[in-house]
Design a protein around this ligand. Sequence first.
Ligand code: BDR
Ligand code: CA
Length: 313
Amino acid sequence: SQRIIIDTDPGVDDAIALWLALASPELEVLGVTVVAGNVALKDTVRNACKIVALSGKTSTPIYAGAPGPLVRDQVYGKYAHIGAFSNELVPDSELQPQAEHAVDFLVRTLRKAAQDNDPITICAIGPMTNLALALGMHPDVARGIRQIVTMSCAFTALGHRVPWAEFNVYADPHAAEKVFTSGVPLVVMPLDMTFQALIGADDIDAIRQDGGKPGESIAALLSAFDRSDLTRFGREGGPVHDATTIAYLLQSGLFSGQKARVGVAVSGNTAGYTYADFYNKLPTPPNALVMQKVDEYGFFSLLRRVLSRYGAH
Ligand code: BDR
Ligand code: CA
C-alpha cells in the first residue's frame, strides 16, 4: 500500500477526503497533520479527531500544526462562523491529537523516509503553512516526499473566495510559493477541475444509505452547509474539492491534465493569484501536473463504492 500523510483543515470536503482515505486499504495514512483554514486551528483539530474516530481507524495519529499563515493576516473559510462540526453532524469522540507538533512530525517522518529511500506522498488539502514550515526549516525533507497532491489553485474558475484566488492559496500565498518552488513534484487539483464534479441528491442518498456512520455524517454535512448553487454551477449539486486528491491516488485514470509551471503572486492587490504556464513561456521547467478534467460519473462511483465499506459488516 502507498504511504501517505494528509495535511488538512477540516472542513466538509476535507472530511470526505479523510473518510475516503481511511476506508482504502491501498493507502496507509501515516498521520493527519492539521492546519488552520476553513475554521480556527482548535476547531480543525477537533473536527479531525471526530472524523478519524468515526472511521474506526483510531490508531491514526493526528498532529496539530500552524495556527495561522506565515505572513498575511488570517482569513477563514465561508462557514468560519460555525466553528467545529456540531455533535449532531459528526458525533463527539474522546480521541485527542498527539503532543508532537505537526511540523516536527513531518520533519521526523520525511527525513526517515529520505534515509530509507522510501518517499511518502502528501495530500495537501488546506493552506500549505505546515508544509512550508517543514520545507523552510529543513529543505532536506523534500527528498522524503514522493509527490504532493494538492487541492489548490484556480486558473480560470476563479472567484469562489475572492475574485482572483482559490481559498487554500489565498489563505497563505507565501506557504504555497514555498511548496511550489521546493522541487517536489506536484499534482494540482485546481478549482477548474473540482467544479466539474458536483455531488447531487442521488449520490448523497446512496452514501447516507450505504456508508455506515461516516456516510450519515457526510449526508448531514452536505445538507447542513449548502454547497449547491444553481446560478454558480449551472446545474444542481455541489463540489467536494478535497476528495479529488484521494480519488487520484486510488484511480488516477479518472483525471487528465497537462504539465506546467505553477506559480503564485504573494504580494499586491491580487496576492494568492495562481498561474499555470501551459505555453512554456517561462524559463523555469514544469513543477506540476495540473489536472484539467475529471470523469464525474467515475469519481462519484468510486466515492460510493469506497464509502460503502463503512456500511458493510
Ligand atoms: C478549498 O478551500 C476549502 O474551503 C476547502 O476545504 C478546499 O480545501 C477549496 O478551495
Ligand atoms: Ca480543505
